[in-house]
Design a protein around this ligand. Structure first.
Ligand code: 13P
Ligand code: SF4
Length: 368
């Protein structure tokens, strides 16, 4: 059914004026002086040691570029061991990160679940800030590092904890579901979190006739189309997925009627209407693994198509995709820097963290 209502900052006259999203907390080095910078020279030894990693990415990284990356990759992998660190990477991270230095890769749900199982004392989050916060919420006693604190998200930046309180005042008793693409401050105000993998299941798990679903208006519209629960939405959008259009998808199909098109539910409804399949990043990857289409368009962030092509070279990937500038702030160079200096550490006020953690754990504990 259509959305029951959609609200944004302009709909609340009593919204605190000038309220801005709290900036990422400044990082602090946790222990001791930084380790010395390792040699980043391209040598026969580096070439030999990294050859198995190059095999994983040779479809998407030209041989001429590998000598520029391989020494840093080798240094990161050695330093990770020395530090007792684990690297979590989202599906939107570049192939040299996703396939060559990450210990665990996945969508937002997989990364949140894996974060509950991490044994290492240090987590380096290769993704955006809300993902690092989620890992910190689930591992309050571990050091969670993000290589660039400016790696934000247009969805997380669209809403504050105060906005959630205003929505609750307007709709007393209506439960609130927050997409994980929100700050810890917002997670602390809601009843439960969801990801794009489980959004419909989470909404229905509440057993309520109406649910406030925030902050992504398009994911909310997609959820509303799959359930009888009335959905009240927030006017946030992903700056990467909202740029795709249905007309664009139709033109790919006209050019090659055999092409398969799959899209992320953060896209607008006219885009999803043209897609052969809609799903979270992990669901999209599984769909490709199972179907092995000859020619494919992935309507999502560009690196995901590269990561899938590196794994499944028989799938020809057409590349209309959009880059997430926030995800791309994470680079091999700043991952290395992060491991050398133990910066930037993600910190969350413990009282706020206790409330935010409940919303994330409630989602993780839902039975499949
Ligand atoms: P998922 O990986 O959960 O599908 O999320 C996509 C996304 O845009 C994360 O920022
Ligand atoms: Fe946020 Fe969109 Fe980037 Fe994901 S792709 S981090 S939702 S801006």
């Amino acid at each position: 059914m259509p959305l029951t209502g959609i609200y944004g900052p302009d709909d609340f006259a009593n919204r605190p004026q000038g309220h801005v999203i709290a900036p990422a907390r400044p990082g602090q080095a946790r222990t001791g002086p930084p380790l010395p910078m390792p040699s980043l020279e391209w040598t026969p030894e580096v070439e030999r040691a990294t050859a198995p990693l190059y095999e994983r990415v040779k479809q998407v990284i030209p041989p001429i570029e590998w000598p520029l990356m391989a020494p840093t990759i080798k240094a990161i992998n050695e330093l990770k061991q020395a530090r007792g660190a684990v690297i979590l990477a989202h599906n939107y991270q570049a192939p040299e990160i996703f396939h060559c230095v990450a210990d665990i890769g996945g969508d937002s749900l997989q990364l949140a679940v894996e974060a509950t199982r991490v044994k290492a004392g240090i987590i380096v989050q290769c993704g955006v800030h809300f993902m690092a916060e989620t890992s910190k919420l689930l591992n309050p006693d571990k050091t969670v590092l993000i290589p660039d604190t400016r790696a934000g998200c247009s969805l997380a930046a669209s809403i504050t904890g105060a906005d959630v309180r205003l929505l609750r005042e307007k709709f007393p008793g209506v439960p609130v579901v927050a997409y994980v693409n929100t700050s810890a401050e917002v997670k602390a105000e809601v009843d439960i979190c969801c990801t794009s993998s489980n959004a419909v299941q989470v909404v229905e798990s509440l057993g309520a006739p109406s649910v406030i679903f925030l902050p992504d208006r398009y994911l909310a519209t997609y959820v509303a189309s799959k359930t009888d629960v009335k959905i009240i939405a927030w006017k946030g959008a992903c700056e990467v997925h909202e740029r795709f259009t249905g007309a664009e998808l139709r033109s790919y199909r006209e050019a090659d009627p055999s092409v398969q098109i799959i899209a992320h539910p953060e896209c607008p409804p006219d885009v999803l209407a043209e897609a052969d399949f809609t799903g979270s990043t992990a669901h999209m990857i599984n769909w490709v693994r199972e179907r092995r289409p000859r020619r494919l368009v992935m309507i999502t962030e560009c690196s995901m198509a590269d990561n899938v092509r590196a794994e499944l070279p028989d799938v020809e990937m057409l590349r209309p995709c959009n880059i997430c500038p926030h995800m791309k702030r994470i680079t091999l160079a700043n991952i290395l820097e992060s491991l050398l200096t133990l910066r930037d550490e993600v910190t969350i006020d413990p009282t706020l963290a206790d409330r935010a953690r409940r919303s994330v754990e409630r989602m993780i504990n839902l039975k499949n």
